[in-house]
Design a protein around this ligand. Sequence first.
Ligand SMILES: Nc1ncnc2c1ncn2[C@@H]1O[C@H](COP(=O)(O)OP(=O)(O)O)[C@@H](O)[C@H]1O
Ligand SMILES: Cc1ncc(C[n+]2csc(CCOP(=O)(O)OP(=O)(O)O)c2C)c(N)n1
Ligand SMILES: [Mg+2]
Length: 343
Amino acid sequence: MADSLNPKNINELSEEQIINLFAESRHRDHGIGIGDDCSVTDGPNGVKQLVSTDLVIEQVHFRREDISPRALGSKALAVNLSDIAAMGGIPKGFYLSLALPKDLSAHWLTRFRDGLLVLAQRHNISLLGGDTTRSQNDIVISITITGTVKPKHLKLRSMAEPGDVLCVTGSLGDSAAGFKVLSHPDRYSYLSDANRKQLVEHHQEPKPEVAKGKWLAQMEAVHAMIDLSDGLIRDSRHIASQSRCGVDITLDRLPLSAPFKAFHRAQIEQAQDFAAAGGEDYKLLLAIAADDLEEIQKKFKQKFNTPLHQIGTMKKGEPQLRTLRDGAPIKLEEQQFKHFKGS
Ligand SMILES: Nc1ncnc2c1ncn2[C@@H]1O[C@H](COP(=O)(O)OP(=O)(O)O)[C@@H](O)[C@H]1O
Ligand SMILES: Cc1ncc(C[n+]2csc(CCOP(=O)(O)OP(=O)(O)O)c2C)c(N)n1
Ligand SMILES: [Mg+2]
């Protein structure tokens, strides 16, 4: 196979370029494959079958000394449940693959299992299988989750339209701030214990928004959804490029929690920029028909007792992203998390 790329090392490629090396050979006739939060294929009785897989790797996604095994078990499943939520789906079951170093304690593993299975039970899903091997040093966790969705409720990254309003289901940046607190505890000694705890909890035990995703999927005016794993900027770009629209993000409108503002010592512009870069928020980002926004916001508030925040708009034209503050475009400093080269 001839590849147009000839860098020496993969750190010269972006994550998207690496995925495209595989995606270019895809067979589209089986349904919607590479490119969304889940693959979508025909299931029994006219429903669509959803499948998603995610890796959680020591030193890349967590440091063993920072997180309890219980919280890690919960987070490893939560990030997968979030992909089902983003498709408006109902989770059904999951597979667990583990590579474990020989010196790991049995106590660690049973606590990890407890955290995982408590969340599984809460979402009424069962462990269906997996694989277990030894690793040299680091813990490697891979979960594959399945779910279903009615075809008319399916929300793809590619379904946003120019004029749609971009919304998020909750505050942004708490997880990224929690990670900073864990990485440099002495830098943030000014935080109260309660604020510190809330930020760290958001990072370590994200709550996948399955109920919200399922409810929003039933609204015809909700056109597109994605879950926020890479951060608002990168994930909005995914919607924009796949829907072939531009996108404007209004930084002044980003929902920020009180602990997050305390983390930034009320320096609001800095807080907005950091929240836009974010990462591991696991809130839902959606594009809604502008005419129906008010009605959906009202019903959402009634149902979940929390607001649906309007943070931007989809625009006609090139799939470019602009960030605006006080009505004027501003360039953000690059601070998004990336596994490989920037894109
Ligand atoms: N190695 C790979 N081979 C094939 N598809 C991949 C690979 N890595 C990622 N993908 C697909 O590329 C898309 C983007 O991946 P990613 O950004 O990790 O999605 P998500 O944030 O939903 O986990 C997804 O549809 C995913 O299934
Ligand atoms: C030790 C450590 N370093 C960095 C991070 C931050 N981090 C790791 S992965 C990630 C982004 C989301 O993860 P990814 O594997 O890309 O999820 P996906 O988009 O595939 O769902 C972030 C912000 C972290 N949580 N822990
Ligand atoms: Mg992924």
